[in-house]
Design a protein around this ligand. Structure first.
Ligand code: ARG
Length: 464
């Protein structure tokens, strides 16, 4: 960074009589973080210059010089030759100053009919649109991996839980499909958010529009926006799209934290339901036996900063009067960190999920131990004419015996079961098995293996 603290060197220095205070300069600058927008800033400027030439505000030659200069500036940045200057405040003025340094006076014409207020709003939208597309691709990869794993584990039986107590047997594939449902809703929310990101504020200028005969439909088309925004005041002050993205992200990370919690539990010695490959785990520097599920733990932890960023942006915008306020410079760091966090978490999960191995024997044993077919026995009695409340009572007593004698319902003899109800016959053992229990839930949305396979097929076709 170079620091030339002279007011005359500021693009807005004309009306100032003393240089900016050195600390204030640093305090108000955003270039340290907004330089990340350089690619989208240049892209927006190329489109702006092209439009200005089309409507006759710039000559074709001026436009060509500007575009060539901007491409040189881009190459300088990408090859590490660009010296960012804090005294030039932000990415926009750094690039414009460098352009003028390269091509001379014509560079100063680029900012005609534009302000940094509509420029920055445009840059963030272009940036976020690209990131949304990258995140959507990673999310699709994770969903695809989950569906493959669900198909592989369609017949694997595990305990289903309510209150984290064993409830009824389910298939592991069915459990994984519950996660896939959450992610599918996230993917829909992301696409919905993208619609409102992909609208172009450029042309609003500082706040009121511009006196030049600009054609905003040209710039919108060149930049791939669906349309220009309708109101210049709203254009420069609106950050709803960033809040919507962060709200998508908060909910996605909330889902990911739930998956993480279960993965952490399942890898523990007490559950031992799954194995994560070593490459996704780390060890302990003191306890030689440890293999820690760091990736799920870290993703679970990262929901904190993402939720925080959503609150930051909501609070940033609260009570802001129209139109642009410098407050809005504070939109970038929360947004950038949300993007980075979501992308990293999705990437790690998309790589890790297909590599999970199920310990089917342990899952099955856990389901067997927890009287998970008690409801099936009650349903059996109801189908034979017993009222449900009476059936509930009968099965409760059978479970109490099971607890006392450390026996699952399916391990009791017919005589033992008949002491609770003489309605019980030999055919009871068909429903008391874990396989019979999951197979019987054979309807849309149920846990039966065939339903899981059909649900995977439908989810795959929605994923496309
Ligand atoms: N760095 C500023 C931001 O991020 C750019 C726009 C500043 N506009 C202004 N008039 N100071 O919001």
């Amino acid at each position: 960074m170079t620091d030339q603290n002279k007011s005359s060197e500021k693009p807005w220095g004309g009306r100032f009589s003393e240089p900016t205070d050195a600390f204030v300069e640093r305090f108000t600058a955003s270039v340290d973080f907004d330089r990340r927008l350089y690619h989208h800033d240049i892209r927006g400027s190329v489109a702006h210059a092209t439009m200005l030439a089309e409507v006759g505000v710039l000559t074709a030659d001026e436009k060509d010089q500007i575009i060539r200069g901007l491409e040189e500036v881009r190459a300088d940045i990408e090859q590490g030759r660009f010296e960012w200057s804090v005294s030039l405040e932000d990415v926009h003025m750094n690039i414009e100053a460098k352009l003028t340094e390269r091509i001379g006076i014509t560079g100063k014409k680029l900012h005609t009919g534009r302000s940094r207020n509509d420029q920055v709003a445009t840059d963030i939208r272009l940036y976020l649109r690209d990131e949304i597309d990258a995140i959507a691709a990673e999310l699709a990869r994770l969903r695809g991996g989950l569906l493959d794993l669900a198909e592989r584990e369609a017949d694997t039986i595990m305990p289903g839980f309510t209150h984290l107590q064993t409830a009824q047997p389910v298939t592991f594939g069915h459990h994984l499909l519950a996660w896939a449902e959450m992610l599918e809703r996230d993917a829909e929310r992301l696409q919905d958010c993208r619609k409102r990101v992909n609208v172009m504020p450029l042309g609003a200028a500082a706040l009121a529009g511009t006196t030049y005969p600009i054609d905003r439909t040209i710039t919108a088309r060149l930049l791939g926006f669906d349309r220009p925004t309708e109101n210049s005041l709203d254009s420069v002050s609106d950050r709803d799209f960033a809040i919507e993205f962060c709200s998508f992200a908060a909910l996605l990370m909330t889902h990911m934290s739930r998956f993480s919690e279960e993965l952490v539990l399942w890898t523990s010695a007490q559950f031992d339901f799954i194995d994560l490959p070593d490459r996704f785990c780390t060890g302990s520097s003191i306890m030689p036996q440890k293999k820690n599920p760091d990736v799920p733990e870290l993703v679970r932890g990262k929901v904190g900063r993402v939720n925080g960023h959503l609150i930051s942006l909501l609070t940033l915008m609260k009570s802001q009067p129209l139109a642009y306020n410098k407050d809005n410079q504070e939109d970038k760091e929360p947004l950038f960190d949300t993007v980075d966090t979501v992308k990293g978490s999705l990437r790690a999960y998309a790589d890790m999920i297909p590599a999970i191995t199920a310990r089917a024997d342990n899952m099955r044993e856990a389901a067997r131990r927890g009287f998970s077919t008690a409801t099936d026995l009650a349903d059996y009695l109801v189908k034979k004419g017993v009222a449900f409340r009476d059936a509930h009572e009968i099965v409760g007593k059978a479970v109490a015996l099971g607890i006392a004698e450390k026996k699952d319902l399916s391990e009791m003899t017919l005589e033992e079961l008949q002491q609770f109800s003489d309605t019980i016959g030999e055919d009871v053992f068909d429903v008391l098995t874990l396989e019979g229990s999951v197979q019987a839930r054979d309807h849309l949305g149920g846990t039966a293996p065939d339903q899981v396979r059909a649900a995977v097929a439908r989810a795959r076709s929605r994923l496309g």
